[in-house]
Design a protein around this ligand. Sequence first.
Ligand SMILES: [Zn+2]
Length: 135
Amino acid sequence: MNRLQLLQCVAKLGAAFIRRGMEQHAANLRIYYVAIQRRLAQGNKVDLHWSEPFVVEWMKTLRIPPYQSAYECRPRSSACAKCGRRPGTEPSASTECVFPGGARMRCQTCGSVWLEDEWPVATTSSSENGPTGAS
Ligand SMILES: [Zn+2]
């Protein structure tokens, strides 16, 4: 994505972090935002563990448009939809990432990734490209 699109994604992700009370993530992301905005980041990357793929991965994880459907969201302790493995059986699904409200799970057998998140999906604001200050 280009710089403007990345900035828009970072802004949406920052708002989602704040909604979930993830203040440290939001603070680091703010520094990343400034670095991108002022073109301080080489290859859109800053040594904050933040990078474009990381932003996209978090947007998928917190179901932020346009990535809200990247991962399936399922009930807690779900079996893997692809191979049927359940937590507690061997080999099982592992928790890849935990965040307020839910977790990102990965099946250790087939590598499928899904979410177990109790939060409602973020509502889509109408424009995906416009530099609006909406919500
Ligand atoms: Zn599986």
